[in-house]
Write a protein that binds this ligand. Structure first.
Ligand code: BG6
Length: 494
């Protein structure tokens, strides 16, 4: 990772440290930062969990998860000397007193200058309780900085998000709250802004005069796995659309910021999210499609229907797929549909943006047996990472027949080896205090308002689920959504 060496001493306290996220993402990312010399020797990490573990028990667990996720484990033992554990009951005052004592002693031992990061990798129902106790126990009263990092979901609708926000704001200011959306840590998502604003050739065309539609897809092959309990309360709309999908739309649609300062970038994102066209119930019926996977085949293996998954109701109406037409009511984008699509148990894992340009005003050329293709700009976010431009060129035969030509830039194998996990980027930003790639409360307000309008309309009628087979591109209605407008999903494009 090519980060500027910007060492910040800090105590990082992770609530939910024995959970899956901590083991799969947080500790491997922290270790990698340390290994790359992007984490200071003046760092201490306290893992907090309910279980009674000793430091040694916990270190052994963390060590084995790091070994599982990171290839090169040089300096692992040295890193482990920075890791501590404290058994903790989140609703018990005394636990916070013990945490305060441990924090103060580590602060002295590692010269942490009172800088404290509290990472809540736990169920959101505990967020408010924990932040209240952090304040009342004196843990947030520190001479250094205090920062709160929280995972989604942030509420389950606008009202609950507002309540939660009020609660955590009792202990932390907005600029001290880092709300994670891990898509914003992905290198190619961050690249959207760079491509748009550092190249003269895109920006003049980036509007309703030249773009016919933009497609944003995040499809997964995996099903709900062991998260049925959580997913039943969320579904694809709240799990993916409210955050990741709309964040990508915001980056594609925002105006150029006046500087790369976090406040300036976020101000532009807020502006565009405020222009999302909030849907009336009949618009939801015409513009949004929900789906749920049935059984089917993935890589030749038969897989279960969603309703047969663990902790999922046999008559569940939770959507595992959503596609829809998002409209942005502003001068630049009026009339350009942003089609978004996300689902589980689909044909392939792909996060991709396709920008489709309008046809030339008078087309004199043709492609054999076919309408001339539109120009496309394809941004591959995952698993392929790169950009391609699809053009029309002359076919090498007599006459003026054309053929599609593709210019592509793919991240090299060498670059790929150095690609870091989104969490590593984000943890580094938290330590630096750079909030650019985190979700501001104003962004959340607009995205919840938009998502609530869809959910409310859906609550009024029962879907006919399941409606797509596992291993496919989702329900037929999703294809009709585009074909009605004269477009198609660019499914197999790279
Ligand atoms: C998470 C969702 O935020 O994103 C998961 O809760 C989903 O349901 C995941 O699987 C997808 O992330 P990625 O990075 O694999 O596209």
């Amino acid at each position: 990772m090519n980060k500027t060496n910007n060492h910040v001493p800090a105590l990082i306290t992770i609530f939910g440290a024995t959970g899956d996220l901590s083991h799969r993402k947080l500790f491997p990312s922290l270790f990698h930062l340390y290994q790359q010399d992007n984490l200071d020797e003046r760092v201490a990490i306290i893992g907090i969990g309910r279980r009674e573990l000793t430091n040694d028990d916990f270190r052994a667990q963390v060590k084995s998860s790091i070994q599982e996720h990171v290839q090169d484990t040089k300096h692992l033992d040295k890193f482990m000397q920075h890791v501590f554990y404290q058994p903790h009951d989140v609703s018990d005052e005394a636990s916070y007193q013990k945490l305060l004592e441990l924090s103060e002693s580590l602060d002295r031992e590692f010269s942490l200058e009172g800088n404290r990061v509290f990472y809540l990798a736990m169920a959101p129902r505990f967020f408010g309780v924990v932040t209240d106790f952090l304040k009342s126990s004196g843990l947030t009263k520190t001479k250094g900085f205090k920062r709160l990092v929280i995972e989604k979901p942030f509420g389950s609708d606008l009202k609950s998000a507002e309540e939660l926000n009020e609660q955590i704001r009792r202990s932390f200011k907005e600029e001290e709250i880092f709300r994670i959306d891990h898509y914003l840590g992905k290198d190619m998502v961050q690249n959207i802004e760079v491509l748009r604003f550092s190249n003269a050739m895109f920006e003049p065309l980036w509007n309703n005069k030249y773009i016919s539609n933009i497609q944003v897809t995040s499809s997964e092959v995996l099903g709900v796995e062991d998260r049925g309990g959580y997913y039943e309360t969320s579904g694809a709309l709240k799990d993916m659309v409210q955050n990741h999908m709309l964040q990508m739309v915001a980056l594609l649609a925002m105006e150029p910021p006046i500087s790369l300062n976090s406040d300036d970038i976020r101000a532009e994102k807020v502006k565009v999210l405020k222009s999302l066209h909030v849907l009336q119930p009949d618009e939801v019926r015409n513009q949004f499609v929900r789906g749920q996977y049935d059984k089917g085949f993935i890589n030749g293996q038969e897989v279960k229907a969603y309703r047969e998954e663990d902790k999922v109701a046999a008559d569940s109406t939770t959507p595992t797929f959503v596609s829809g037409k998002v409209e942005i009511d502003n001068f630049r984008w009026a009339g350009v549909p942003f089609y978004i699509r996300t689902g589980k148990r689909m044909k392939r894992k792909s996060i991709q943006v396709v920008v489709e340009f309008k046809e030339v005003p008078m087309n004199l050329y043709y492609q054999k047996d076919k309408h001339l293709d539109s120009n496309l700009l394809v941004i591959n976010i995952q698993p392929n990472e790169g950009v391609s431009i699809h053009l029309n060129g002359k076919k090498y035969v007599q006459g003026i027949e054309t053929e599609p030509v593709q210019l592509s830039y793919a991240m090299s194998a060498q670059d790929k080896m150095n690609t870091v996990d989104a969490y590593e980027n984000l943890l580094f930003d938290v330590l630096k205090g750079d909030a650019t790639n985190f979700t501001h409360w104003e962004e959340l307000k607009s995205t919840w308002k938009f998502v609530d309008s869809i959910q409310e309309a859906w609550d009024h009628f029962e879907p006919e689920f399941p409606n797509y087979e596992s291993g496919t591109n989702g329900p037929l209605d999703s294809d009709l959504l585009l074909s009605r407008d004269g477009f198609k999903w660019w499914n197999d494009i790279q």
